[in-house]
Design a protein around this ligand. Structure first.
Ligand code: ADP
Ligand code: ADP
Length: 214
């Protein structure tokens, strides 16, 4: 199955996409995770993306489109994938649609996690992520078993440098201006399901599972 997760920063895309990948046995592809990995490695992509990311701005379309289309060619994507954080602009959505149409494998389900912006700042400021990509926790809403440590690998959890209030506001603005038009784009294609993200993590998971028939 080919699924897209849409929603503002902090709405729960990463948390829910990781749960759904286990349920459907298809990979979660997060452009945020892939870009942070490139920055950590210090490769050419990382060098080009770092400045945008730490300012809370979107990385230029051509870089992100090349990154995700290359990743989607790997064998583990042959049975489908969950896109988390891509597309984020109309140009990205169009490039994805064209690439998938060329191989007759269109997106089947778009999940929009909808939630008021004023609920999200606390979620983002309290988010802690595993540097090895094992997931995200929250100091209050979803604490790890051992304080400050990843449940999977035990590594010290990190506070993202863009998860601070000033940059969070810039990211919300980018979402409203560049990403929200995708709701209309996918509504017109008839495969958008709107999920209420302002509920317990498990309740959101159940509603998403029902929407994708998992
Ligand atoms: P996104 O990928 O959309 O930016 P995340 O999945 O990383 O969002 O979630 C943002 C933060 O909010 C994380 O710290 C996560 O643990 C927490 N979180 C996710 N879903 C919920 C929820 N339904 N209720 C409370 N906190 C949540
Ligand atoms: P969020 O928790 O806000 O959903 P992500 O981890 O998905 O954050 O993304 C972090 C940052 O990486 C974004 O603020 C942006 O700079 C960059 N980024 C991720 N995905 C994209 C994309 N599809 N297009 C442009 N920039 C992106």
């Amino acid at each position: 199955m080919r699924v897209i997760f849409l929603g503002p920063p902090g709405s729960g895309k990463g948390t829910q996409a990781k749960r759904l990948q286990s349920a459907l046995n298809i990979p979660q592809l997060s452009t945020g995770d892939l870009l942070r990995e490139a920055v950590r490695k210090g490769n050419e992509l990382g060098k080009q993306a770092a400045e945008f990311m730490s300012a809370g701005k979107l990385v230029p379309d051509q870089l992100v489109i090349a990154l995700i289309l290359t990743r989607m060619e790997q064998d583990d994507c042959s049975g489908g994938f969950i896109l988390d954080g891509f597309p984020r602009t109309l140009a990205q959505a169009q490039a994805l649609e064209d690439a998938l149409a060329a191989v007759s494998k269109p997106v089947q389900q778009v999940i929009e996690i909808r939630i008021e912006q004023d609920k999200l700042v606390e979620r983002l400021v309290g988010r802690r992520i595993c540097p090895n990509g094992h997931g995200e926790w929250h100091i209050r809403f979803n604490p790890p078993k051992q304080e400050g440590r990843c449940d999977t690998c035990g590594e010290a959890l990190e506070h993202r440098d863009d998860d601070h209030e000033e940059k969070i506001i810039t990211r919300f603005e980018a979402y409203r201006k560049d990403t929200e038009p995708l709701v209309q784009f996918y509504t017109e294609r008839g495969n958008l399901a709107v999920i209420d993200g302002d509920r317990d993590i498990d309740d959101v998971t159940r509603e998403i599972a029902a929407a994708v028939g998992a």
